[in-house]
Design a protein around this ligand. Structure first.
Ligand code: MGP
Length: 234
């Protein structure tokens, strides 16, 4: 197990201590992080928003194949599932999270995967940093307003809280048009498409549905050069 400076409260669990409402995520712990048993830290809110590792890897591979970015921003890095995978494919990842416990989890987990030297961790609000960051591509896995997103047949991205799709895209494009969003699988595709049309450089967008163990978990909306699916990594 990798030792980190100090372990925050409530980031390690057992069969007995996992809160009942997180049981389904606990059952998938080695699927969320294949190195879970090496001492991965996850605070309560990270359990339900972590990207399953095979999906995080496929997104990082898509970034590499589509535009081979040198520097990637992970704007809502959570416990680091996506950051760790991006770090395997690019030179540097800028990983941002507003919650100090969540960011401590991401730092610790990156150490377990042996990629922490490629990551710059920032404790803060992504929106405060957009004018100060230089990067080739941006990945956003924002809050979806909790697990209730599945109550609607079609999820309204204009009402996603606390940040809706237009707000997120407007901010990320200050850094780069090469932007991807990890969104609910029932997201309104018309809204994803019309958001692409609001950019002046490239109105294309690519939507991929992300499956794990034969079940659709989420979708990824790719804009800018990331919307080009056929590029081969140079
Ligand atoms: P889920 O709500 O557990 O759905 O989310 P499902 O399909 O009912 O799960 P099942 O396996 O029990 O069938 C599925 C995946 O969506 C999670 O593993 C996360 O990767 C992602 N996800 C879920 N939520 C609520 C969020 C969120 O708020 N933000 C982000 N970025 N991802 C989320």
């Amino acid at each position: 197990m990798t030792e980190s400076a100090s372990q925050p409260l409530g980031v390690t669990y057992t069969d007995q201590s996992i809160p009942h409402y997180l049981n389904k995520y606990w059952a998938q712990r080695n699927f969320l992080f294949s190195k879970y048993n090496d001492g991965i830290w996850l605070n309560e809110e990270s359990w339900f928003s972590a990207t399953p590792e095979p999906i995080a890897r496929s997104i990082a591979e898509h970034f590499a194949n589509a535009c081979n970015p040198r520097v990637v921003v992970d704007a809502f890095c959570g416990a680091g599932g996506n950051t760790i995978q991006f770090a395997q494919y690019c030179d540097r990842v800028i990983a941002i999270d507003v919650n100090p416990t969540t960011l401590a989890c991401a730092q610790h987990n990156a150490e377990i995967y042996g990629v922490s030297d490629k990551i710059e961790f920032i404790l803060g609000d992504f929106f405060d940093y957009v004018s100060h960051i230089q990067a080739d591509a941006v990945f956003l896995s924002p809050p979806w307003g909790g697990p209730s997103y599945l109550m609607a047949d079609i999820y309204d991205l204009d009402n996603m809280a606390p940040y809706n799709l237009p707000t997120l895209l407007k901010a990320s494009r200050i850094i780069s048009p090469n932007t991807a969003l990890y969104l609910p699988r029932n997201s309104n595709r018309e809204q994803i498409k019309s958001a692409a049309e609001s950019t002046t450089t490239n109105s294309d967008c690519l939507v991929t549905y992300l499956f794990a163990k034969s079940k659709c978990k989420a979708l990824c909306a790719y804009y800018g050069d990331l919307s080009i699916s056929g590029n081969i990594r140079g």
